[in-house]
Design a protein around this ligand. Structure first.
Ligand code: FAD
Length: 288
């Protein structure tokens, strides 16, 4: 299939971009250059992570506020429930709603090591947010199964609970095995989940770090991916090109399989995400 053909089929693609709060002035500069570079692609929303248990919600709020003030982007904070009481979460939700923040990525968050078994889950947070206001709510989904889940079926039932509690869409953990996403999407449909299951795309530049993340989160690193990055540990320029190529191949297959919404884990870098969006036919909106 030619690239022209694929592009003509891909006219109504929606993208969203995820960022994390910078911890140094240098990283802040990189983040804002990336936001400015990606903003003209007119994403549906941009989200900003919050490190559960980090105790520094202010950093997430600071980035969200600045996005609201300096751009016309829709900003969605990530909100976790593990480290807050219901009362605190209701207060936060009210503050968000009153300051014009209507999109939230609702998560349980990871528990600190040695914590007792949790009794509250992300579906409880979705219900709580819905009780406060009519938020647009995204939740997390795991094509290769969340590491704490009893099994794939119970993890799927958990996703259904989050959607039934009022979530508008699910965003997946990153993956490299496109088949695992497609099978998961089929299982979601069979389970009666009728929202978008938005693939979370991680453009890889630092393969070693990606392998570490993948290991912690139960994400498979296929043999072909290892091969692609073999021998490039000290060659960031080539890794960047290979990473773009890998992600472009993935999104093309996904787009051909009817995926219309893509979420990008930008890691605060614009280059690869921009190039992948370009290939998907997502171009700067020059109409303002
Ligand atoms: P849940 O949906 O509550 O699921 C957690 C686990 O509990 C699953 O294994 C589920 O199967 C199981 N479970 C659910 N209900 C029950 C029950 N009743 N009994 C027993 N088991 C149950 N983390 C952050 O700290 N900050 C972020 O900003 C952040 N952003 C993320 C964005 C995306 C798109 C994704 C995919 C993940 C993100 N995470 C973030 C990671 C996330 O917080 C962790 O994966 C966390 O461990 C689970 O969160 P969840 O919302 O999926 O939890």
């Amino acid at each position: 299939q030619s690239l022209n053909q694929s592009l003509s089929e891909l006219s109504d693609i929606n993208v969203s971009f995820e960022f994390f709060p910078p911890s140094t002035p240098e990283m802040e500069k990189i983040l804002w250059n990336s936001i400015r570079r990606l903003a003209p692609l007119d994403p549906k929303f941009v989200s900003v992570t919050y490190g559960a248990n980090s105790g520094v919600r202010d950093r997430t709020h600071g980035v969200i506020e600045r996005i609201q003030q300096e751009t016309s982007l829709v900003a969605a904070p990530h909100l976790t429930l593990v480290d807050a009481s219901d009362e605190e979460l209701v207060d936060l939700a009210k503050q968000y709603w009153n300051s014009g923040i209507k999109n939230i990525v609702a998560l349980r968050g990871d528990l600190p090591d040695g914590s007792p078994k949790p009794t509250r889950f992300a579906n409880d947070l979705v219900r709580l947010l819905r009780s406060v206001a009519d938020f647009d709510i995204s939740v997390a989904a795991y094509p290769e199964v969340h590491p704490d889940a009893r099994n794939a079926q119970s993890d799927l039932i958990n996703l259904k609970k989050k959607i039934d509690a009022g979530a508008n869409r699910a965003i997946t953990q990153f993956f490299f095995d496109v088949e695992s996403y497609l099978r998961f999407r089929d299982r979601c449909v069979a389970a009666g989940i009728d929202t978008e299951i938005v693939p979370g795309i991680l453009p890889v530049t630092n393969f070693k770090q990606t392998k570490r993340f993948a290991d912690m989160t139960n994400v498979a690193i296929p043999g072909w991916l290892n091969k692609q990055f073999e021998g490039l540990d000290d060659d960031p320029a080539t890794r960047q090109l290979v990473g773009a190529n890998v992600a472009i191949d993935m999104v093309k297959v996904l787009a051909r399989e009817g995926v219309k919404d893509f979420h990008f884990y930008t890691l605060n870098r614009a280059e690869l995400t921009y190039a992948i969006c370009h290939t998907l036919g997502v171009r700067p909106n020059t109409n303002g």
